[in-house]
Design a protein around this ligand. Structure first.
Ligand code: GDP
Ligand code: IMO
Ligand code: MG
Length: 429
């Protein structure tokens, strides 16, 4: 039995939360390894709807949940989320939730900086979620971040705060932001420390012990390959590595620990925020996809941009993330379209490309090359067996598999946990 790493293969919001919740049933441990509360994962179980940003989606099934060192954690947001899901009846305790002692904090000053930069960027803005994620990762690689282990070491904390403010002071002044003093920050951190303290542990050791005990691990990716800071549509990306290769580094395990790499792929394409999107539809078809797919962001409520399926893009994600099989989600959203289009490559001036070039101007100038495929009029909503799908829907899935060079091992046909068609169990490798 393999471990499984779940990864988004487009620009996020592919339905990773639903898939992780469903898979968590057969896992023992669920680990987040990058991102922060920029993620928004919606899980529907009967009449209950859960929304997670920091908590691993395994908490619904009561599995040991680990927030790994690769995650940047806004502790106030985490505590709010814990309160919110406790009110929904989930039991979140320090024995079931582990927060890595070497994970870095997202502070209010990171949110300020995120917002101020976006406000000053004009047409160059990224369209971030405004959660301070980019600035927090900058401080992490700049070696001036505050980590959870620092909260219980008063002396270290004071030195850390000095170092941090030596950087942020001039920046804030330049952006016209109010000064933050060491006392302000210390007061905030003294208040939060005892509240998060019980969850803080050397997460890598907890994970290692679980693996040694033969427990099955599910690595939960947030965002997606095209938002990866190296492989995505830079600079319109998030500030972490989102590809499967990050699972080990972001949790403190080896490169092989992630096991089977399962890519989550939406049957069409969406994107929130700015940046190139070759197959975007700004017409009534795009509008129809958005309405049928309820494409509004979980975190910011922003309307998601919608477009046709881009096979060239997903083919690239399959390679850079080492995706071995996919879950094709939201197939039901395509019910009722007479014809569907799939992008197989791009035209760039007089060149034809079968991949997304790295340059920002090239990406913006791409013209998609489409092939058309028949749609279907029947409903696929809630289908749980391959036999329940109309022939044209099966053909659509098969064509996607061919174009992206990866097999659809699972198809998802509604938001509900159980509306799944499984061809192959990802845990069987
Ligand atoms: P994530 O960020 O990848 O976890 O995805 P989100 O939760 O942000 O967005 C996916 C949305 O689609 C959520 O509202 C899900 O409930 C919903 N969803 C997931 N799978 C399906 C599906 O197969 N069909 C439909 N119609 N909705 C789905
Ligand atoms: P899940 O896990 C979709 C996008 C933002 C913005 C860019 C940078 O739900 O799939 P950031 O706040 O990270 O600095 O914003 O990345 N973005 C997401 N888009 N789904 C997400 O997460 C996202 N997380 C960040 O919209 O374009
Ligand atoms: Mg989401």
């Amino acid at each position: 039995m393999a471990n499984v790493t779940v990864i988004g293969a487009q620009w996020g919001d592919e339905g990773k939360g639903k898939v992780i919740d469903w898979l968590a049933n057969r896992a023992d441990v669920v680990v987040r390894f990058q991102g922060g509360n920029n993620a928004g994962h919606t899980i529907v179980v009967g009449n209950s709807v859960y929304k997670f940003s920091l908590l691993p989606s395994g908490v619904v099934q009561g599995k040991l949940s680990i927030i790994g060192n690769g995650v940047v954690v806004d502790p106030w947001s985490l505590l709010d989320e814990i309160e919110r899901v406790r009110a929904q009846g989930l039991n979140i305790t320090p024995s079931g939730l582990v927060l890595a002692d070497n994970a870095c904090l997202v502070l209010p000053l990171h949110r300020d900086l995120d917002a101020a930069r976006e406000a000053h960027a004009g047409a160059n803005k990224i369209g971030t979620t405004g959660r301070g994620i980019g600035p927090a990762y900058e401080d992490k690689v700049g070696r001036r971040a505050i980590r959870f282990c620092d909260l219980s070491d008063e002396q270290a904390l004071q030195g850390k705060i000095e170092r941090l403010l030596a950087h942020h002071g001039p920046l804030r002044r330049g952006l016209g932001l109010k000064e933050v003093t060491a006392e302000d920050l210390l007061t905030l951190l003294h208040d939060i420390a005892p509240k998060v303290g019980p969850f803080v542990q050397p997460a890598w050791r907890v994970l290692d012990q679980a693996v040694k005990d033969g427990r099955r691990v599910l690595f939960e990716g947030a965002q997606a390959a095209m938002l990866d800071v190296d492989h995505g549509t830079y600079p319109f990306v998030t500030s972490s590595n989102t590809v499967a290769g990050q699972a080990g580094a972001g949790s403190g395990s080896g490169p092989g620990a992630g096991g089977y790499v399962l890519g989550i792929v939406k049957a069409y394409t969406t994107r929130v925020g700015e940046g190139p999107f070759p197959t975007e539809l700004t017409d009534e078809i795009g509008e129809r996809l958005g309405v049928r797919g309820a494409e509004f962001g979980t975190v910011t409520g922003r309307k998601r941009r919608c477009g046709w399926f881009d096979a060239a893009l997903v083919r690239q994600s399959v390679v850079v993330s080492g995706i071995e099989g996919i879950v094709l989600t939201k197939l039901d959203v395509l019910d009722g379209f007479e014809t569907l289009k799939i992008c197989t490559g791009y035209r760039l001036g007089d060149r034809v490309l079968d991949y997304l070039p790295a340059g920002v101007r090239d990406q913006a100038a791409l013209e998609p090359i489409y092939e058309e495929i028949d749609g279907w009029s029947e409903s696929t909503k809630g289908a749980r067996s391959w036999r329940d799908l109309p022939a044209a829907a099966v053909k659509y899935v098969r064509r996607i598999e061919e174009l992206i060079s990866a097999q659809a091992v699972v198809v998802s046909t509604s938001p509900d946990r159980d509306d799944i068609i499984m061809m192959r169990d990802p845990f069987q490798g």
